[in-house]
Design a protein around this ligand. Structure first.
Ligand SMILES: [Zn+2]
Length: 116
């Protein structure tokens, strides 16, 4: 079953091929702790966005390597896009915006991004 998800108003959605994740990363860096992300990383090749061209806005900071995308209408952030250490295009799925994922059942790995 592919993973699907969307923002609150439905303007921004996605499909991710592959099995639904049973774990997630929580990070204490300056943006993750504010947003409350529970992240699942995947190659962008497995990812299809369903959004109008102008539905999202990107927030970039620090090294500007990650597009922290969010819906212009409702403000939810279902995914971010960026590049992995080896240059592969990646997506970071925010599982809080995913469909049919039991957040309480996820194994959450704490990442100390604040010290990175
Ligand atoms: Zn929205």
């Amino acid at each position: 079953m592919p993973l699907t998800g969307s923002c609150h108003c439905g303007a921004v959605g996605y499909t991710l091929d592959g099995d639904k994740p049973d774990s997630a990363m929580a990070c204490n860096c300056s943006i993750c702790r504010r947003k409350g992300y529970l992240l699942h990383f995947a190659p962008a090749a497995q990812f299809t966005a369903h959004a109008a061209e102008d539905a999202t806005t990107s927030y970039r900071f620090n090294q500007h390597r990650i597009d922290h995308l969010f819906c212009k209408t409702c403000g939810c952030a279902p995914y971010s896009t960026g590049t992995g250490p080896d240059g592969t295009a990646m997506v970071a799925i925010n599982l809080r915006c995913a469909d049919d994922v039991d957040l309480d059942a996820l194994t959450v790995q704490q990442h100390d991004g604040a010290s990175a």
